[in-house]
Unconditional design. Sequence first.
Length: 276
Amino acid sequence: MSTLVLSEIYIYPIKSLGGISLTSAQVQERGLQYDRRWMLIDDSGIFLTQRKIADMALLQVALSPDGLVVSHKTKDLAPLLVPYETKSTRSTLVTVWDDICFAFLVSPEADTWFSEALGFGCRLVYMPENSIRLIDPNYAKHNEKVSFADGYPFLIIGQGSLDDLNSRLEEPVPMNRFRPTFVFTGGQPYVEEKWKTFKMGDVLFYGAKPCGRCNVTTINQDTAQAGAEPLKTLTGYQKKGNKVIFGMNLIGLSTGTVSVGDRITIMETGGTSSGE
């Protein structure tokens, strides 16, 4: 069996905006530090994503000593600084899929900036520590909490899985179409779908369920243009029930630091991967 090595780490501080590549990260219960702790909502408090607003892909986020720096890839907008610690005490209820939890409204300045960037009224919110959103109890291990991510704190994808997909496509797609937390090298394509309990470095993870994919995978993250692929091709060989799957949703069973280059040690597997 080839050595499994953590090769890439990503966070997406503001849900559905551009990701940030890291060499190491702090693993927390809700996800990696800063990952999807901010989110854009509409006037009804409902979450916004690229599923309906592809132009969100054009908003890039970077980490600075003072907070997040958000910029637009094509519009001539001055970058927005979002402090890591919100001073706002204005709270509101927000909806993420079937979950309702409370969040802090970041600032009127942030709302104005994002409304101008996207061309319609929206608001930026932050999830504080005392806002509780739980993982689906059918898959949770110990009533774990999650951030504003779709449903799980982490997502892992093998480079071999993407390579296999790209071998079936006329035009290859980059990994950023799938918005992973972790990428690894080694192992057979789709082997991550079998993992139950494993360690990355010294941190323990649990494979909750394969990740069902949506139209975000068809959006070019550099241009916000959408097409049919890779969802069309994945549908032909990566379908389980009514879901097209790619990658594995994870829950953290411990906390700590993970770094690019960490060995991945598999402790328990279950089932068969769909790509076989």
